[in-house]
Design a binder for this molecule. Structure first.
Ligand SMILES: [Zn+2]
Ligand SMILES: [Zn+2]
Length: 297
């Protein structure tokens, strides 16, 4: 099994980090977890033809997890994709997909391209096999079983959010938290997994600031909480990801991020604090995700 972190940022645009996306490849078959901005380019950078990715899991409907999906599907349509992808996600995914293609936002584009005979042969790929699921087993084939739980991020009545666990037929397991505050159902889902890929959006200092300033919604996991979660999951290895660009040196990203945390907290030193805080409790194998990070299991 090969895991590649295609995108490791939270919602702020950052030229050094693409938005959430993880590629898991087993025996040449690709499983894409989230399709945040940049995912399609990142697939190509990793020598994967987007049209060969036929199973996509969407953890939730925040734009930093789904915005590249129309680009992913339209570009693979015009490069002769053969299969419509399976798209698995929580309730709401069907509505998102329904508003994109034939009758949706890209209807004029699709109609225009259909004037060319070459484009008429594979229009079926623009109707993905959408599977809106409740928690439980959400996908199974001969290589993997994927199980989902609801996590604590967007209130469920607005839009439910998934954490996802992939178990391979040869006994390996990877869990992806999606976005969540500390969540008992995710800890249960992740028991004993080989690899826990968990969000770690803000450093502790930024969280304190955000609580006082009432900025945004508080529904993420702090580094210290992440260390405790990893211990309780008994995971063999931990990947921290979904960073709100708090480690950037880019002056424009710093300006944009200063809505969310004081500008002088932002910079590479903030990641040192994150590691220290995860390490307060978790002593096992730890990786700090960056785009293109590859993990072979
Ligand atoms: Zn996010
Ligand atoms: Zn989110």
């Amino acid at each position: 099994m090969r895991v590649i972190m295609l995108g490791t940022a939270a919602a702020i645009p950052d030229p050094d980090r693409n938005h959430s996306s993880i590629l898991i490849t087993i025996q040449g078959r690709h499983y894409l977890f989230d399709c945040g901005h940049g995912a399609t380019h990142q697939l190509i950078r990793e020598n994967v033809i987007p049209g060969n990715v036929n199973v996509v899991f969407l953890s939730h409907l925040h734009y930093d997890h789904i915005a590249d999906f129309p680009f992913f599907l339209l570009t693979s349509w015009i490069t002769d994709r053969e299969e419509a992808p399976v798209v698995v996600g929580p309730p709401g995914v069907q509505n998102f997909i329904d508003h994109l293609f034939a009758e949706g936002a890209f209807a004029a584009d699709i109609k225009a391209r259909l004037n060319y005979k070459n484009r008429q042969g594979n229009t079926h790929v623009l109707t993905p096999d959408v599977r809106e699921c409740e928690p439980g087993v959400v996908f199974e084939d001969d290589l993997v079983k994927v199980t989902a739980c609801y996590v604590e991020h967007i209130p469920t009545e607005i839009s439910p959010c998934f954490g996802l666990r992939l178990d391979s037929a040869d006994g390996q397991s990877v869990v992806f938290s999606g976005d969540t505050a500390p969540c008992e159902s995710l800890i249960e889902l992740a028991q004993g997994c080989d690899l826990l890929i968990h969000e770690c959006t803000f450093p502790e200092a930024a969280i304190e600031f955000r609580k006082k300033a009432n900025v945004g919604t508080w529904s993420h996991t702090s580094p210290a909480q992440l260390g405790e979660i990893a211990v309780r999951c008994g995971c063999k290895s931990l990947v921290a990801t979904h960073f709100a660009s708090f480690d950037t040196n880019n002056p424009v990203v710093k300006d944009m991020m200063s809505v969310h945390m004081p500008r002088d907290m932002i910079g590479p030193q903030a990641m040192e604090d994150v590691i220290t805080n995860i390490r307060q409790s978790y002593k096992g194998e730890l990786r700090i995700a960056h785009d293109g990070m590859r993990i072979d299991l």
